[in-house]
Every structure is written in structure tokens, then in C-alpha cells.
Design a protein around this ligand. Structure first.
Ligand SMILES: N[C@@H](CCC(=O)N[C@@H](CS)C(=O)NCC(=O)O)C(=O)O
Length: 204
């Protein structure tokens, strides 16, 4: 089994943090996306969308999408459970993971991809106005999340889950994008510090 990643990029990191929480190690193949190593024919055959991470199983099956990879790992190694254990916890974790992906991580990524000169060869066309349009959306999501986190330790309840991993990666991704958590959002700040303080919190 081999995990295709690329340096310090956010989506492969979701899998790395997940594996760290499980205490697992998978052999890694590190591609340099800046040199477009993920655009060679062999990799494109595994993922026509040309994105990392990809987990390649021993029989050649390629599992793309970070959450699909995490689900596969969870099925093989259920402990500790990071996708929930009851119908309600499973649904809430799925809900929060999707909300964090669609309403926070995607917006931060859009700002980065559509404004950073180094991304121009990967994000075609690069639309700076789309980067600008996403800035207020990040603040809106952070304000909502801050209110939610007022009453619980983790985003989907009282236990750590894959949704927290998506949150950690999104919040850490704000730094290279030069975004900061607005003043007054103390619950988000506390949550971020809690996630970073875990042994998995500094893993790449
Ligand atoms: N939804 C995908 C997103 C994967 C993704 O966007 N990966 C980035 C690195 S964080 C990538 O491979 N970028 C290469 C490119 O933009 O060409 C997942 O969760 O795995």
C-alpha cells in the first residue's frame, strides 16, 4: 500500500493527521506538484483529476479523495473511531465534516489558488476576483463555527473526530493565505489550540 502526497499541502495532511490519530504508518510517495509531477501519465491514470492524496492498494486499486482514504483506513482499523459509532454521531460527524469542507476549507483554498502567483500554472484560469469574493465567506463561516463551539469541546460533539481534522487543516491553511481569526472568536481560537496541542496536530 502506498500513499501519494505532496510536501506541505493541506489535503494529504488530512490523511497524515488521521493516520497519526490511529497510530498507523503507510509508505509515502512524495510528488512535487509545483514541478507538476502529478501530471505524468502514470499518476493521471490513477487520478484523472490530478490531485493528491491517492492511496494505492497492493492490488493496484487507487482510492482518491482524502475522506474516502480515511474511511478505508477506519474500516480496517476501527479504533479509535473517528467517524462516529452510533447513527447520530456518524451523521453529525458527516454533517460537520462536509460543512467544514464546503464552507471553510474550500473558501480558503480558493483564496490561495486564485491569488497566489505560484498557483497560476495549476489553477487555470486564475481569477483574482474569485479569491476576493471568498474572503468574507471565510469570516462568515468562522463566526458561525465560533457560536457552535461555545457549548462543546469538538465540532461534532464531545469527542474528537475526522471533522476536527478538517477544521484543523482549514485553520492552519489560513496562515499561508495571510488570513487571521478575527478578534472576539475565542471559541474557535480555543478549539484550534486544542487540536494543535494533540500529538497529531503538528503532523504533515
Ligand atoms: N477533494 C480532494 C482535494 C485534493 C486536492 O485539492 N489536492 C491538492 C493538494 S492539497 C492537489 O493535489 N493539487 C494539485 C493541483 O492543484 O494541480 C481531497 O479531499 O482529496
Amino acid at each position: 500500500m502506498k500513499l501519494y502526497v505532496s510536501g506541505r499541502t493541506p489535503n494529504p495532511r488530512r490523511v497524515s493527521v488521521f493516520l497519526a490519530e490511529k497510530g498507523l504508518h503507510i509508505e509515502r510517495v512524495d510528488l512535487d506538484i509545483m514541478k507538476e509531477e502529478h501530471k505524468d501519465a502514470g499518476f493521471v491514470a490513477m487520478n484523472p483529476w490530478q490531485r493528491v492524496p491517492v492511496l494505492v492498494l497492493d492490488d493496484g486499486t487507487a482510492i482518491c479523495e482524502s475522506i474516502a482514504i480515511c474511511r478505508y483506513v477506519e474500516a480496517l482499523h476501527p479504533m479509535p473511531p473517528l467517524f462516529g459509532t452510533t447513527p447520530t454521531s456518524q451523521a453529525l460527524i458527516e454533517m460537520w465534516n462536509r460543512r467544514l469542507e464546503l464552507n471553510l476549507l474550500a473558501q480558503i483554498a480558493a483564496i490561495f489558488r486564485h491569488s497566489h502567483p505560484a498557483m497560476a500554472h495549476l489553477e487555470v484560469p486564475q481569477v483574482p476576483a474569485w479569491a476576493q469574493a471568498n474572503r468574507p465567506k471565510v469570516d462568515e463561516s468562522l463566526a458561525i463555527l465560533d457560536r457552535e463551539l461555545a457549548n462543546r469541546e469538538f465540532i461534532a460533539g464531545d469527542t474528537y473526530s475526522v471533522a476536527d481534522i478538517t477544521g484543523l487543516i482549514a485553520l492552519d491553511f489560513m496562515k499561508p493565505v495571510k488570513l487571521t481569526i478575527p478578534d472576539g472568536l475565542d471559541h474557535i481560537r480555543r478549539w484550534h489550540e486544542t487540536l494543535r496541542a494533540r500529538p497529531s496536530g503538528s503532523v504533515w
